[in-house]
Design a protein around this ligand. Structure first.
Ligand SMILES: Nc1ncnc2c1ncn2[C@@H]1O[C@H](COP(=O)(O)OP(=O)(O)OP(=O)(O)O)[C@@H](O)[C@H]1O
Ligand SMILES: [Mg+2]
Length: 350
């Protein structure tokens, strides 16, 4: 196990800069998730840690060693990809032991390591099967088995679950997390799925356009996003945003004035973005009017699309709302959970 440190890491392809200088410290045993929209540089960054891409600038350390110029095989890492590509003509056991064989372990040692990994992953009864005789989840488990037999210092995962159906993804997500709790191996996990990031990470790194937007524990990012990008990216359904102006009477958005936390008064006169998550509206007869556009009962809660003045917003209520489109409800934003962002740049104001 080891810590991983990235200092001002950069990547360019020719004249095009893709990663613009990333600093990131990962403690020994930590589970860090890199998340961000497609093309933001997640895989590139992971592949630089793995040694599959050259590093254009800065430094990557694994443990005490700078690994910039080390071969992937000398970095003591194991990577699991989205396309885990098992060898079709090899059994589960051989697939899992292959990399050890490559390193010249004895047959007995390899068999013992494979059995250890198979027991952890629930693959023991399947060791003699071929990949075509396995389900998607079992194949994914074999791919993980291949990584853990080597007992590496760091695990790197690049969207390992995106080929699985939604239900299996949830199961495997739990399995990877409990595997980490058991082995405590430092892990960097890439996904564009913010739910995976929230549920699995000790620490999330939100990337956008090759830059870090925010680093923090999942709930820190959820409760106090540093900017509008993170606020909109983390959480589902997403945070609502209204454009307007902070005034002494409240937040003046097109067609409506919303209540503001008292501390916002220092920004009076400023153009801003009012952010509020769907679950932070309460039904309240003293609230602001909202015209119902769509009601979606989920059983445990009700999701309502509504118009706040001229802006569409989503509310999620524990109560059942049995009203038709066109009706007006009254909703009250929870002032402890109102987020204000600068209209230009989107940095957090409160
Ligand atoms: N070999 C290459 N040459 C030129 N540009 C590249 C190369 N590889 C990647 N890129 C560019 O670098 C950027 C980051 O790519 P990367 O694969 O790291 O994104 P990602 O965050 O993993 O996206 P996704 O979620 O779609 O997998 C993209 O704009 C991509 O087009
Ligand atoms: Mg990628």
């Amino acid at each position: 196990m080891a810590e991983v440190t990235l200092s001002n890491v950069r990547k360019s392809y020719g004249a095009v800069d893709i990663i613009h200088g990333i600093d990131l410290g990962i403690s020994d045993g930590e589970f860090v998730v890199l998340v961000g929209p497609s093309g933001c540089g997640k895989s590139t960054l992971l592949r630089m840690v793995a040694g599959l891409e050259t590093i254009s600038g800065g430094e990557v350390r694994i443990g005490p060693r700078v690994v910039n110029d080390l071969d992937p095989k000398d970095r003591d890492i194991a990577m699991v990809f989205q396309n885990y590509a098992l060898y079709p003509h090899m059994t589960v056991a051989t697939n899992m032991g292959f990399s050890l064989e490559h390193r010249g372990g004895s047959k007995a040692e390899i068999a013992e390591r494979v059995k250890w990994a198979a027991d952890i992953l629930g693959l023991a009864p399947l060791l003699d099967r071929y990949p075509r005789q396995l389900s998607g989840g079992q194949r994914q488990r074999v791919a993980m088995g291949r990584a853990i037999v080597r007992n590496p210092q760091v695990f790197l995962f690049d969207e390992p679950l995106s080929n699985l159906d939604a239900k299996l993804r949830v199961v495997m997500r739990g399995e990877i997390k409990s595997l980490h709790q058991r082995l405590k191996t430092t892990t960097i996990y890439v996904t564009h799925d913010q739910v995976e990031a929230m549920t699995m990470a000790d620490k999330i790194v939100v990337l956008n356009g090759g830059r870090v937007e925010q680093i923090g524990a999942p709930l820190e990012l959820y409760d106090r996003p540093a900017n509008q990008f993170v606020a909109g990216f983390i959480g589902s359904p997403s945070m609502n945003f209204l454009n307007g102006t902070i005034t002494a009477e409240g937040f003046a958005a097109p067609g409506i004035v919303l209540p503001l936390p008292a501390a916002a008064q220092v920004h009076t006169g400023r153009k801003a973005v009012y952010g509020i998550r769907p679950e932070h509206f309460a039904l309240d007869e003293n609230g602001v009017p909202a015209e119902i556009i769509l009601v979606e009962p989920m059983g445990s809660e009700t999701q309502v699309t509504m118009k706040l003045g001229e802006t569409l917003a989503t509310g999620v209520f524990r109560e059942r709302v049995s009203l038709s489109p066109g009706a007006t409800i009254r909703v009250r934003p929870d002032l402890d959970n109102v987020h204000l962002f600068a209209a230009d740049g989107g940095q957090r104001l409160n």
